[in-house]
Design a protein around this ligand. Sequence first.
Ligand code: 13P
Ligand code: SF4
Length: 402
Amino acid sequence: MTIENRVYTLPLTEIEQTAFCDTEDALPAQSLSEEMKINVRWQTIPPEYLHMSPEELDVKIADVRQKLGDKVTVLGHHYQREEIIKYADFQGDSFLLSKEAADLPNVEYIVFCGVHFMAETACILAEDSQTIILPNITAGCSMADMAPMEDVDDAWNDIKAIIPGDNSIVPLTYMNSIAGIKALCGRNGGAVCTSSNAKKVMSWALEKGERVLFLPDQHLGRNTASDLGIPLDEMILWNPFKTLGGNTEEQIINSKVILWRGHCSVHTRFTKQQIATARERFPKVNVVVHPECPKETVEAADMNGSTEFIKKMINESEPGSIWAVGTEISLVNRLAKENPDKTVFCLDPVSCPCSTMYRIHPAYLLWVLDSIDSGNIVNRITVPAEIKQSANIALRRMLELA
Ligand code: 13P
Ligand code: SF4
């Protein structure tokens, strides 16, 4: 069904995205009640957790972790704040964390310190007997929210009506998407990718089919397709608020890559002007950015890659080297701290953490760990069986390719 006259609406997570932006370099850790003064949606939590100081929370988390032992594994994405990442048994980019989740069949509880789609992915890859927990249920992702299931189903049906046939189009989704989209990809011969394997997955898809539908990040899709030598005039943008995504039938037929109109508000802040300023200040600077940045930013940088790639490049660089980084501030600050013999700074002069990643406050981590200890589990992430099965196919295809 084609969508006519839709009113353009922004996901709430997108509106909330700049809530924690600050001109100070580092955000000080505060009690949850203090942080709740920031106007975003917070999950309700028992009052006893609200006023604990960061130090108190730290002691209590360490205690309950020790008590729970091997029953629990804590996974932490690189964008998590310091007070959380220190408790991660394993930290990584989205790809490594999904691999880790798939490799932990004997762990009873996986506490995923990241955002909703990551915990959902862990749930899809885990055994049914395992419990996946997201400490704060409001930790979503504005990019994932830009591709709701109904819109994607509509788009898929519209596209298939114009270009029927088994190999006419292969759907690919970035990990940063809801489980239902991963399932659509699994059912229709497609796959999932992350920023660390997008090139490999997209070239596989283009060998398999005539074109690709890439969801939901237009920038990662465009950067990856460009890297594979696909010219911009063979890429079209699918705007879910317009009939046929704002395209003609002919444009769809002539396209090689159809890019969903989604983006990450954290990474679209990085510009080529910021890179020019960094180069003026430090002529020997190395500029590394995440491929969720716009194409002109990626092209102006010296290199681009996933959070794990960025971490590796900086950690393994020569002492004295200078790094301007275009990714989320918690990771940039950590890299600066871990590399005191190098100069590491964020391209953006304003500190703008991902507002959903940042909502994993230590009080929530303590709360969910206490819930495991008491046997009254909170924030369990589940995926309906039929979605889980098809999404698993798309994820396993990625894991086999990467
Ligand atoms: P990676 O860790 O896979 O690079 O992804 C970055 C990101 O935006 C996660 O939300
Ligand atoms: Fe989503 Fe961007 Fe935050 Fe990653 S950094 S979770 S893509 S909003």
